[in-house]
Write a protein that binds this ligand. Structure first.
Ligand SMILES: [Zn+2]
Length: 513
C-alpha cells in the first residue's frame, strides 16, 4: 500500500509544480503575485503557506511552487512579499450605512479590512422609483469598496403611498409588491426596520405577502426586528420565522436589550438553530462587537409620539403620560448615564450629565429635544450575553457602522474582532473569526465568487499580521481609522497600503445571481 503511495506523491508534486509554471506562462501579464503568505481561505481551514497569483481581478493560482519569480519579472506588475503575515479574503459587512454618492471612498471600512458593504438597511433605502439608476450613478462615479444593495420596506411603503397606514388597500399593497419584485432583480433582498416608522405599522399579512415575493426571487429578508427588548425577543423572532416559511431570513445585529448572561444568549440561539433543523427555515444572523447600540432618540419614544406631528400633539394632550413613559424607558435602559449623545447640541455628553448641567429632570431633556432632536449611543447590552451571541458559529460579524456617526463601530468593528476577541480574549480562533467575516456573510448574501480564497474567485484580499491589528476608534474618539491591515486588495487592485489609500476607486456595485 505505502509503496504505491510514494510514487504517486512524487508524481503529484512534479506535476503540481510543473503545471504551475506552465499555468503562469499562459498569461501575458500577471497583475499581482503575493509570495510567502500564510493563506487563510475563509472557510475555517488552518493557514497554509503558499503563493497566490491574480490576473484580471481573479485568483488564478494558489500553491507552493518552485517557479522562479525572476524568470517572469517583466510580466509581473506587482509583487508583495507577505512573509510573516496572513492573507485572507476581504471582510464582508452584512450591515453598513453610508452615502456612496457623497463620500464614495469608504476608507473607514477599508482601513478595518472591509472590502464589501451592504447598504439600504433597516427598511430604509434611497426613496427613488429608479434605484437602479442610482446604482448606475454610483458605478459611474466610482466607489471604494464593493456594494451589495438592499431595498427598504419602509421606503417601499412610502413610494407606494402606504406610508404609516396600518393596513394598506389591496391596490397599494399590489403596487408595493410590484415595486419590490422589480427591485429584487438587481438588489440582494428586502430590508425591514419594524422598530421604526413607517415599517412598525405593518401587520402579518403584509409581511407574508412581501416574503412570498422575496422567496420567489430567491433573495433575502434582512431584518431589524420589531423589538429587541429581552421580553419581546421571542415574539419578534417568531414573526421573522413566519416570513422564513417563504424566503431566506436574517436577523440584523442580533441583541437582547436588558437581557443578561450567556445562558440567555443560548436560549436565543437555540430558537434559530431549532428553526433551521426542525423546520428547514434558512435563518442567519449578524452581530457587532460593542455593548452600546446607536440610533435616533425616537427609539425612546412611544409608538404614539414618534413622529414630529404625533409628538407635537402628545406634548400637549398626553404630557404626563409621555414623561412617565420616558422615565420608565430610560430606567429600564440602565438609567440616564447609559445614553451618550452623538449629535449636537450635546455631542459626547450623557443624558445624566446634560440633565445635571441644565438642572432639569432627564425626561425633560428628551421632551425639549423631541423624537427627532438627537441620536445617541445606548449602553444597554450585557457583555456575557452579547459575547456568547457573537462567537456562535451561526452568527456573522457586521459593523452597523456609518463613517460620520458618533459610535466607534463605523471605524473599528472588524479590527476589534481580531484585536480583542482573537488576540486578547482568545474566545475565537483566527481562522474561525475570518470565516465569520468572509465566507459566511458571502453565503448569506448569495455571493458565490467572493469571501473565499480559491482559484476562480474574485481577488478581494487582505495581508496583515493579526498581532498588529488595532481598532483605534473609541466612544470618545469614534472616527479614528483602524490600523494593522497592511494591504487591502479589491477586485485584484491594491487599494490601500500601509495606511495610504490609492486615488483610483476599485469597488463594484455587485449584482445578485
Ligand atoms: Zn438596525
Amino acid at each position: 500500500m505505502i509503496k504505491n503511495i510514494v510514487p504517486l506523491l512524487i508524481f503529484y508534486c512534479i506535476s503540481f509544480s510543473s503545471h504551475a509554471s506552465l499555468f503562469l506562462s499562459e498569461f501575458d501579464d500577471i497583475d499581482l503575485l503575493i509570495t510567502n503568505g500564510q493563506i487563510l481561505d475563509g472557510l475555517g481551514h488552518p493557514a497554509q503557506s503558499a503563493d497566490l497569483v491574480v490576473v484580471d481581478g481573479k485568483i488564478v493560482f494558489i500553491g507552493k511552487t518552485s517557479f522562479n519569480a525572476g524568470d517572469l519579472k517583466d510580466r509581473i506588475k506587482t509583487t508583495i512579499d507577505a512573509e510573516q503575515r496572513i492573507v485572507t479574503p476581504g471582510f464582508i459587512d452584512l450591515h453598513s450605512h453610508g452615502s456612496p454618492l457623497k463620500t464614495p471612498e469608504f476608507e473607514n471600512f477599508m482601513a478595518m479590512g472591509v472590502t464589501t458593504i451592504s447598504l439600504g438597511q433597516d427598511g430604509d433605502s434611497p426613496e427613488l422609483l429608479d434605484l437602479s439608476g442610482w446604482l448606475h450613478q454610483i458605478s459611474d462615479k466610482g466607489i471604494g469598496v464593493n456594494l451589495a444593495m438592499f431595498i427598504g420596506h419602509g421606503t417601499l411603503r412610502n413610494l407606494s403611498g402606504i406610508n404609516r397606514t396600518s393596513v394598506p388597500t389591496p391596490e397599494k399593497l399590489q403596487q408595493m409588491l410590484q415595486l419590490l419584485d422589480d427591485a429584487l432583480k438587481y438588489t440582494f433582498g428586502l430590508s425591514t426596520g419594524l422598530e421604526y416608522n413607517p415599517g412598525l405599522n405593518a401587520q402579518t399579512d403584509e409581511m407574508l405577502a412581501l416574503a412570498k415575493v422575496v422567496g420567489r426571487n430567491n433573495r433575502l429578508i434582512m431584518s431589524h426586528l420589531r423589538n429587541e427588548d429581552d421580553d419581546q425577543l421571542e415574539g419578534a423572532l417568531t414573526e421573522l420565522l413566519q416570513q422564513g416559511e417563504f424566503a431566506r431570513v436574517h436577523v440584523s445585529h442580533i441583541k437582547s436589550v436588558y437581557g443578561k448572561g450567556a445562558i440567555r444568549a443560548e436560549e436565543i440561539l437555540q430558537i434559530l438553530s431549532h428553526a433551521r433543523k426542525k423546520t428547514g427555515i434558512e435563518i442567519s444572523a449578524d452581530s457587532y462587537p460593542y455593548n452600546a447600540s446607536y440610533a435616533g432618540i425616537s427609539l425612546l419614544f412611544p409608538v404614539w409620539a414618534k413622529t414630529t406631528e404625533q409628538f407635537a400633539i402628545a406634548k400637549v394632550e398626553q404630557k404626563e403620560e409621555l414623561e412617565e413613559f420616558l422615565r420608565t424607558k430610560i430606567a429600564k435602559r440602565n438609567g440616564p448615564a447609559a445614553t451618550l449623545f452623538g449629535t449636537p447640541p450635546y455631542t459626547g455628553k450623557t443624558l445624566a450629565e446634560v440633565s445635571q448641567e441644565l438642572e432639569i429632570p432627564f425626561e425633560q431633556v428628551l421632551m425639549n429635544l423631541g423624537p427627532k432632536g438627537a441620536a445617541g449611543a445606548y449602553f444597554i447590552m450585557d457583555d456575557a450575553l452579547q459575547t456568547r451571541l457573537l462567537i456562535d458559529p451561526q452568527v456573522s460579524i457586521s459593523s452597523d457602522g456609518r463613517a460620520e456617526s458618533f459610535h466607534p463601530r463605523g471605524h473599528g468593528a472588524f479590527a476589534k474582532i481580531i484585536e480583542e476577541y482573537v488576540t486578547k480574549r482568545q474566545v475565537l480562533s483566527l481562522s474561525e473569526a475570518v470565516r465569520k467575516m468572509t465566507s459566511q456573510p458571502a453565503k448569506t448574501l448569495g455571493l458565490t465568487n467572493r469571501g473565499i480564497l480559491q482559484v476562480g474567485k474574485k481577488a478581494d484580499m487582505l495581508i496583515f499580521d493579526p498581532k498588529k491589528v488595532e481598532a483605534k476608534a473609541s466612544y470618545v474618539k469614534p472616527h479614528q481609522l483602524a490600523e494593522g491591515f497592511d494591504v487591502v486588495i479589491i477586485n485584484g487592485n491594491v487599494v490601500r497600503r500601509n495606511g495610504v489609500i490609492q486615488p483610483i476607486l476599485h469597488g463594484e456595485v455587485l449584482k445578485p445571481k
